[in-house]
Every structure is written in structure tokens, then in C-alpha cells.
Design a protein. Structure first.
Length: 239
């Protein structure tokens, strides 16, 4: 089994795993419930782990004087893991969290502007949730790069395709359906679903931990912060 299975096929697979009659006409009234369980199961599994194949990078052009930015359309605001700013030939990390101390040094409320952007946060400034940056950029066109997970595609039509492993989804969904009857088979399906999920997650974690550094020494990333190697001077312009 794999990713990219259609919702229609997932329903057929779930019908089999849940020990329903394989004839679709005999369980037609259960199809809406099965689709709802499949959809909810995929969403739960998506929320529980940072699946690397859903990782995306999206660039937004900074604009001089613009304090708030919309989240890229296909990105999940709650799953943004990293923000960077293009400054010359370097990508500088932008830290999350904007405090009053920051505004005391460069006051965004007074439209004070400076480069480079150093901090970001999520805020509703009156037009829904947006990304706030600090300080407000003084230069047009430099890229703000967002890294994180994209949103799941909808699973509504039979032709829509699941983005997570179909076996994992179907086993968990079958366990939920059979569990409502306190079925021993239901508990077995849930255990099988968990084992499948643990296997898939374990492969990702193993790959992440298999990095090495030339010379044979392991450890954390030792690359210097480019701002330490080449100090940058921010400038402020009052509008």
C-alpha cells in the first residue's frame, strides 16, 4: 500500500477490513460514515507528526513599510517551523516572538523601519490571522522564506487522493468502526494501525538521526551564525 489512494478505494478497503459485505450495495447507507471516519483519521494522523513529504518552502516578497503578511495559501499556519530572511547573499534566521522590548528599540507602532527583519509572530490585526514581522522592513523585494507543512488536500470526492499511507488510515478507521462494538478484532486493527504508524514514523526519525560530520564526530549543527561572522548594522527611518 502507499500514498495517493483515492477516497473511493479507501472506502472499499475499509469495508473489507471492517468485515462488511464486499458488495457496496449492501452497505451503501454506511458510506457517508466511512468517509467521515477516513477523513478524520487522516487529519488526526497529520496533526500528530511532521510528515516530511508534506514539507514545503514558500517565499513572500517583503515590502518597505509593510508590517503584516498573509500566510502562503497552501501552508498550515500552525505548522510553520522556520522563517528566514534573504539579506544579501545569506539567509538569516528570523526568531519567533515579538515583545514590548523589541518595540522599545524599534517602534513599529511609530512606523519605524529597519533592515534586516529579525523576529516574527502570528497576530490578528483586524483582517484575520497574519504574520507580523519586526522590524518593519525598509527595503522592497527581499524574500521572507516560510518553511513548514502544507495543508492537507480535501477528501470529499471519490477521486480525491489521500496524502498519508492508505494502510495506516484504513487500519485505524477499521479499528474505530469495530471498536464501537467492543470487538476484539477492532482492538487488533487499532494495534495494527499503530504498528504501521510507528514503522513509518520510525523510518523518518532514523533518517534524521543518521547525519554525520566529516571527521567522524557527531553532534549538533556547528555552522556559525552569519551575523556573527559578518556583523550587520540595522538602520532606522522614521516615516
Amino acid at each position: 500500500m502507499a500514498r495517493g489512494t483515492t477516497l473511493g478505494q479507501l472506502v472499499d478497503d475499509l469495508r473489507t477490513e471492517a468485515n462488511l459485505d464486499p458488495n457496496p450495495a449492501l452497505s451503501l447507507n454506511m458510506v457517508p460514515m466511512m468517509k467521515r471516519i477516513i477523513r478524520r483519521t487522516q487529519e488526526r494522523l497529520y496533526d500528530e507528526f511532521d510528515w516530511p513529504f508534506l514539507k514545503v518552502r514558500r517565499d513572500v516578497a517583503a515590502a518597505a513599510g509593510q508590517r503584516y503578511y498573509d500566510v502562503p495559501n497552501d501552508m498550515n499556519l500552525e505548522r510553520i517551523t522556520q522563517v528566514d530572511y534573504r539579506w544579501g547573499d545569506r539567509w538569516l534566521p528570523v526568531e519567533r516572538g515579538i515583545t514590548l522590548d523589541n518595540f522599545s528599540s524599534i517602534d513599529s507602532d511609530a512606523d519605524a523601519r529597519a533592515d534586516p527583519i529579525m523576529r516574527w509572530d502570528v497576530i490578528d490585526a483586524g483582517s484575520g490571522l497574519q504574520i507580523e514581522v519586526w522590524p518593519i522592513p525598509a527595503t522592497d523585494g527581499l524574500a521572507i522564506r516560510f518553511t513548514g507543512l502544507r495543508n492537507l488536500n480535501a477528501l470529499t470526492s471519490d477521486s480525491d487522493r489521500a496524502e498519508l499511507d492508505d494502510m495506516m488510515i484504513v487500519l485505524y478507521a477499521a479499528g474505530e468502526m469495530l471498536g464501537s462494538a467492543k470487538s476484539e478484532v477492532g482492538r487488533l486493527k487499532l494495534a495494527m494501525g499503530k504498528a504501521r504508524a510507528d514503522t513509518l514514523r520510525g523510518r523518518v526519525i532514523k533518517r534524521r538521526n543518521n547525519g554525520f560530520i566529516l571527521g567522524g564526530e557527531g553532534g549538533t549543527d556547528s555552522r556559525p551564525d552569519p551575523r556573527m561572522a559578518t556583523p550587520l548594522v540595522a538602520y532606522v527611518r522614521d516615516a
